[in-house]
Design a protein around this ligand. Structure first.
Ligand code: UT7
Length: 330
């Protein structure tokens, strides 16, 4: 029995919009085909948030509503919400604050974190630190993106990959030895050349010219990102295992960011990790950026057992990447 305070995930919930954008529908929109998308990415369909004035907060609010119900948590007891997103409702204020208002979480402070596809694991580690300090008892960490708001549906290289969705976890303190145990995070800002949005920030504020040049969308040079993703995820998982005296047999679940089925396969193969213990839902949801890992946790929750050793690993724009080691608490 350890007396160290750790942050345990004590509940998880996910939410995806109803509309399914299938590969067949994409075939009618751009010069692509179902076979290419499935074999190069593993994606069959992705969800799209339709409707006027529905931003990422819609995903966050629906995820957290279900989370509060499932965990029997009074909204007034939540002290902090951290949201990982690259598609906030507005540049400011942060969407986490908006979500607190819509959810009636009156006593919570809140803020967004932008670390692209690594956002959720960065946010999770940040939330855990508040719990570990002993000062906070109920922290919610969410990851959600409405990627359809920044995807160019005339660019076949990116529009087939991304989808909308997300999820949230509740963190509470425990001294039982469960919870978030260790993390290794990395960054390399020079990777920004391969994955970014050209306009809309302070460097290049929106203008007629930037709109005409279609610069308010995700730009990605896929190959270098693919290579760096495989390397970044495998190396941080290996380091985390070593540092914690674990080998791959000790790990019950390896949960990777869902960017490409081939990236996931490569990571599992290099680590020689059995694919049965690698949750994958990319075929249904595509890459939801901040949303992929909470969506996996949500869909695999029933399969987890108390005490399971779980590694979360992600790579994203920035570049940002890393892995978290945790012991499932329920
Ligand atoms: O989420 C965080 C970070 N993001 C990632 O981790 C994504 C990493 N990258 C990838 O997943 C892959 O690089 C992509 C899925 C984006 C692209 O797959 P790829 O195997 O790297 O393809 P490519 O970009 O090298 O393109 C190969 C060919 C090209 O044609 P040519 O030049 O060989 O004639 C592309 O024009 O495939 C073509 N292509 C397509 N063809 C049909 C690219 N997109 C499509 C498409 N349909 N949608």
């Amino acid at each position: 029995m350890s007396s160290k305070i750790r942050a345990a995930i004590t509940g998880v919930n996910g939410w995806v919009p109803e509309y399914k954008l299938t590969n067949q529908e994409l075939e009618r929109m751009v010069d692509t085909n179902d076979e290419w998308i499935r074999t190069r990415t593993g994606i069959k369909e992705r969800r799209i948030l339709k409707g006027e004035r529905k931003g990422t907060s819609e995903i966050v609010v629906n995820s957290i509503k279900g989370l509060l119900e499932k965990t029997n948590t009074d909204p007034n007891d939540v002290e902090l919400l951290i949201l990982a997103t690259v598609t906030p409702d507005m540049v400011f204020p942060d969407t986490a604050n908006t979500a607190c208002d819509l959810l009636g979480m009156k006593n919570a402070f809140a803020y967004d974190i932008n670390a692209a596809c690594s956002g959720f694991i960065f946010a999770l580690a940040t939330g855990a630190k508040f719990i570990q300090s002993g000062m906070y008892k109920k922290v919610i960490v969410a990851g959600a993106d409405k990627m359809s708001s920044i995807v160019d549906y005339t660019d076949r290289a990116t529009c087939v990959i991304f989808g909308d969705g997300g999820g949230a976890v509740l963190l509470e303190p425990t001294e039982s030895g469960h919870g978030i145990i260790d993390e290794i995070f990395k960054g390399d800002g020079s990777g920004r050349q391969y994955l970014h949005m050209k306009a809309g920030g302070s460097l290049k504020p929106p203008s007629h010219a930037s709109i005409d040049a279609r610069e308010h969308f995700v730009f990605q040079d896929g190959r270098p990102v693919f290579k760096a993703a495989v390397k970044g995820m495998t190396s941080t998982v290996e380091q985390l295992l070593k540092r914690n005296g674990l080998n791959k047999e000790d790990i019950n679940w390896l949960i990777p960011h869902q960017a490409n089925q081939r990236i996931i396969n490569s990571v599992a193969s290099i680590l020689d990790f059995p694919v049965e213990r690698v949750p994958v839902n990319i075929h249904k949801y595509g890459n939801t950026t901040g949303g992929t890992i909470p969506l996996c946790l949500w869909e695999w929750e029933e399969k987890f057992n108390k005490g399971d050793n779980i590694i979360l690993t992600a790579f994203g724009g920035g570049f940002t990447w890393g892995s978290i080691y945790l012991k499932w608490a329920y």
